[in-house]
Design a protein around this ligand. Structure first.
Ligand code: SAH
Length: 492
């Protein structure tokens, strides 16, 4: 018997998701999701789960909702456990009820899992309490969306003396304002608009019912946004004293995770989010070349691992080819830095060469001095720094190169989010290239006035090739050092 779970995924913060939502996503055979669902929650899904994005078609016409209903029922026909993820709470303007009716009509069993609704949590994150002693004894959540041609009369809401919270109303502020004032609401009633709650570009504008529209325009607020009308909007209970620095990180999930964690540990007053995810794609040709080299491994005096991934892929391929590890006895191993050396240790090997500077150039030179007439097997990325081969050629080192993987990018921020950034942090030169090609692909401009931080000189050089100067570059080429430098700079 298949079952569909209609789940509220909260207002966008991956930690404002219920434990139940997280568990069900991790167990699901298929996940059907809207836009604005935190990617971290989607990452919880099984690798083999079918992931269906219905976000882009959401929220326009009824017909499209019909199509979503059809997709849900079709998916339920194929799988046992289907998760339907919706922003906030499913029953707060989420059209969860319509999906429930469709499921009942199709005789599919279902369960609804509540979520943290944006109607309360987004104002709250901006410091606005929807109720407050002596100021607001109630709050009303109202749709601010009018389907084309059918104007809603808002004057009827003017008589409610609690807080008014309008969802989906950003483009409809004049009608809301005029209706409320016509119904008797004082034009001087405090009001606020919170845009992109919990995102890195969250912005709040405060004013009065009369002037809020102008202020929203001035601040160029974007959807999604929530309009709050009432005395409570005068408060700021966010607990923040200063504006946090907005930092976008470009790199692998591992690198971005390390950066965010270190910055938090250092107490940096910052909002940190992955801007572009860099993923490694294995090159089939490179993998074949590696397997071949492994079968003749005694021909090599040295193997060079350019990254932790290169190490994993080397030993995975060795297992696949049933290579007896004793054949590595005479093989010396070189790595590009401390983190890579540590990674190699996991497989039971100490690195023979770790360059003093964690750079490819330094590594190439140290190797050239030590390899003698033995051949080097270099396991690297397609976009690996060419300087390695230049140095080897100059110094007469013989080598085979295996270009095992390439970097591919995936933009995780919208143009509006990128536009608000104070800092961009890069974890590799290939990440820099991937970032600029992703920005070009999505037509997003690099914001003026953003500062750049790079994990090391080669990365800064890659950035310079795109015409930007890095204001920080870590000497030791570690995420920890880079985080420290950025944190110091933010404090100033
Ligand atoms: N079911 C959702 C609401 C869906 S209607 C919930 O319970 O939160 C979509 C509207 O919700 C948007 O137009 C906007 O008004 C509001 N909204 C949702 N998430 C938001 C966010 N992160 N920041 C600001 N507004 C948000």
């Amino acid at each position: 018997m298949s079952k569909v779970y209609l789940i509220g995924a909260g207002p966008g913060d991956p930690e404002l998701v219920t434990l139940k939502a997280k568990r069900l996503v991790s167990e699901a055979d298929a996940v059907i999701y809207d836009s604005l669902i935190p990617k971290e929650l989607l990452d919880e899904a099984r690798k083999d789960a079918e992931m269906i994005d219905v976000g882009k078609r959401m929220g326009r016409e009824y017909k499209l909702q019909d199509e979503i209903n059809r997709i849900i029922i079709e998916t339920a026909g194929k799988y046992e456990k289907v998760v339907r993820l919706k922003g906030g709470d499913p029953f707060v303007f989420g059209r969860g009820g319509e999906e429930a009716i469709a499921l009942e009509e199709a005789d599919v069993s279902y369960e609804v899992i509540p979520g943290v609704t944006s109607a309360v949590s987004v104002p709250e994150h901006a410091g606005i309490p929807v109720t407050h002693r002596k100021e607001a004894r109630s709050f009303s959540v109202i749709t601010g969306h009018t389907a084309a041609g059918s104007g809603i009369d808002y004057s009827g809401y003017a008589g409610i003396d609690g807080t008014l919270v309008f969802l989906m109303g950003l483009n409809n502020i004049p009608a809301i304002r005029d209706g409320l004032i016509a119904g008797g609401k004082d034009p001087e009633t405090p009001a606020a608009v919170v845009s992109s709650g919990f995102a890195i570009n969250e912005k709040t504008v405060r004013g009065t019912l009369a002037d809020i529209e102008e202020k929203v325009k001035e601040a160029a607020l974007v959807s999604p946004a929530i309009i709050v009308v009432g005395e409570v909007t005068k408060h700021d209970f966010s607990g923040r004293k200063t504006e946090p620095a907005r930092i976008g990180v470009v790199g692998t999930d591992a690198f971005c995770g390390r950066m965010a964690k270190r910055l938090e540990e250092l107490g940096a007053d910052a909002l940190v989010k992955q801007a572009v995810r860099v993923r490694l794609k294995i090159e089939e040709e490179g993998k074949e070349a590696l397997k071949k080299a492994l079968n003749y491994i005694e021909d090599y005096g040295f193997v060079l691992f350019a990254s932790q991934n290169a190490i994993d892929m080397f030993f995975d391929a060795a297992d696949e080819e049933l290579i007896d590890r004793r054949r590595f006895a005479g093989l010396k191993m070189a790595v590009v830095g401390g983190a890579t050396a540590k990674w190699l240790r996991k497989y039971g090997y100490d690195a023979d060469i770790v360059p003093e500077d964690y750079t490819v150039e330094c590594l190439a030179k140290e190797m050239a001095d030590r390899v003698g007439d033995r051949k080097v097997l270099a396991i690297r990325a397609v976009r690996g720094n060419e300087i390695l081969y230049d140095v080897f050629d100059q110094k007469g080192v013989s080598y085979d190169k295996v270009m095992l993987y390439d970097s591919v990018g995936e933009a995780l921020m919208t143009g509006d989010e990128i536009a608000c950034l104070d800092w961009l942090i890069f974890g590799s030169g290939s990440g820099v290239d991937v970032f600029f090609s992703e920005m070009e692909k999505s037509g997003i401009a690099v914001p003026e006035g953003v500062s750049f931080a790079c994990i090391g000189e080669p990365t800064a050089k890659a950035l310079a090739e795109h015409g930007y100067e890095s204001s920080i570059s870590a000497q030791k080429h570690t995420a920890a050092e880079l985080a420290k430098l950025v944190a110091e700079r933010i404090e100033k």
